[in-house]
Design a protein around this ligand. Structure first.
Ligand SMILES: [Ca+2]
Ligand SMILES: [Ca+2]
Length: 192
């Protein structure tokens, strides 16, 4: 009798465990579905890139009428209706807003790390003395701000480089010299 009860309890425990696992799987499926059909809430005076049903836009919301804007995208008809009949406070921009040939990396297949400056894009080889617009000097989108002249001039480095103890940070100036040749000048550290 006791053995039968223990067996029943074990079976009940096993059933409960299976139900719990099933519940977790169903919940995860709902979460994924909800993510795919998300609603974007964009506050006034700001923008977001929104990509749904194969199209990505830079959606900017102005100051008027004073509130943020919800982007309906649960169905493709909701989405296309918004694209064609959006409120006057909304401005739609291209996924390549700065026109440098690279879509914003906020779109699914985009790689442009900063879509407000056409000089900032993957593969940029030039160096710049001012930030790209958001405080960063990462113009080539490799995730770092690389200095053009990263070492101080010393007995091992006879090329043109900065002297006087401190390598200037990006955008800062320093004394740029070639040892022994004179001709020092104040120059800005350029970066990308
Ligand atoms: Ca860019
Ligand atoms: Ca970089």
């Amino acid at each position: 009798m006791i053995r039968v009860r223990i067996k029943e309890r074990k079976e009940k425990k096993f059933r409960n465990k299976k139900l719990m696992i099933l519940f977790i799987i169903i919940s995860l499926a709902f979460l994924v579905a909800a993510y795919n059909n998300q609603y974007y809430n964009i506050p006034k005076n700001s923008y977001k890139y929104a990509e749904e049903y194969g199209t990505c836009y830079k959606v900017q919301v102005g100051a008027s009428p004073g509130a943020g804007v919800f982007l309906p995208s649960k169905t493709s008809s909701e989405w296309s209706n918004f694209i064609n009949n959006h409120p006057a406070s909304v401005t739609l921009g291209s996924s390549d807003y700065d026109g440098d040939g690279y879509d914003s990396d906020q779109c699914v297949t985009g790689t442009d790390c900063y879509d407000n400056n056409a000089n900032a894009h993957p593969g940029q080889t030039s160096y710049f003395s001012t930030d790209r617009g958001d405080g960063s000097y990462d113009y080539n989108c490799d995730g770092s701000q690389t200095k053009h002249d990263p070492i101080l001039c010393d007995s091992l480095n006879f090329g043109w480089s900065f002297i006087e103890g401190v390598i200037p940070s990006c955008g800062a100036t320093g004394n740029y010299c070639k040892p022994g040749c004179g001709g020092c000048s104040i120059q800005t550290q350029v970066c990308h």
